[in-house]
Design a protein around this ligand. Structure first.
Ligand SMILES: Nc1ncnc2c1ncn2[C@@H]1O[C@H](COP(=O)(O)OP(=O)(O)OP(=O)(O)O)[C@@H](O)[C@H]1O
Length: 237
């Protein structure tokens, strides 16, 4: 489980999160909704210590997150994060090198090639090891970023707008992949603006509004969506 307790966060004197009580249960998909600029990415980045709260704290798997470099390294092994823009994430020229980056640094490289092949296979990119990241489509780059996270065998995966730039088929494949990984026990937190994707993938729904979690439930009806400025959402879940 991921939990935040009375979490406050801002950039300089601009306050964004003002007392967030968020929970994401284990081995489930929790979808985070909210209008543009409300602070979804800022909240997601607290879950693996990319951002640190100004007040309050974060608990991952029963342990309170600490911010010394060793604790952060351990946290980031357990909590994988896939950015909204894959170009912020991909670090190596080829797909194989990129996906190997995490496991090679972690294990000293033992079974890295097998891990990379398996992670690429899971995201539907079998045999892409030697392809150049720069030549891939946006959707493929997003899948490489996810493979890089999966190659670390994380307990938690945080996805920020994972369907942006994916077509219908790509989105359906992503739903199947996430649901399969959830069955295996991985806990997901996903921010999205896409109602169809949210409904297909989510077990729990949270809406961030005015700096707090303003709604939590196993579904979200059209009236609630409208109340929080998610006009195109209709009923979800
Ligand atoms: N590095 C930063 N420095 C200053 N302000 C920032 C920074 N990053 C985000 N913000 C501001 O903080 C607020 C919350 O941004 P955030 O990206 O968390 O929202 P979001 O809900 O994820 O938005 P979107 O739905 O558009 O992706 C916004 O007003 C944004 O402009």
């Amino acid at each position: 489980m991921i939990e935040t307790v009375d979490l406050h966060f801002g950039y300089g004197d601009r306050s964004v999160l003002r007392g967030v009580a968020f929970t994401a249960p284990t081995a489930a998909v929790t979808v985070l909704l909210g209008r543009n600029g409300v602070g979804k990415s800022s909240l997601l980045k607290q879950f693996n210590g990319l951002l640190e709260p100004d007040q309050g704290h974060v608990v991952v798997g029963g342990e309170r997150v600490a911010y010394d470099s060793e604790a952060l390294r351990a946290l980031r092994r357990r909590v994988g994060f896939v950015f909204q823009r894959p170009d912020d994430q991909l670090v190596a020229p080829t797909v194989g090198e990129d996906v190997a980056f995490g496991p090679a640094n972690r294990d000293g490289g033992g079974d890295t090639a097998a891990r990379v092949a398996r992670a690429l296979s899971r995201v539907g990119l079998d045999g892409y090891e030697d392809r150049l990241c720069s030549r891939l489509s946006n959707g493929e780059r997003k899948r490489v970023a996810l493979a890089g996270v999966l190659a670390m065998d994380p307990d938690y995966v945080v996805l920020d707008e994972p369907t942006a730039g994916l077509d219908g088929e790509g989105t359906r494949a992503l739903v199947d992949l996430i649901r399969g990984l959830t069955e295996e026990g991985i806990t997901f937190v996903i921010a999205t603006h896409y109602p169809g994707f949210a409904a297909a993938v989510g077990d729990r729904f949270r809406v961030l509004d005015a700096g707090r979690v303003a709604y939590r439930g196993q579904s979200l009806d059209g009236a609630d969506a409208e109340r929080f400025g998610l006009r195109h959402f209709g009923d979800v879940g």
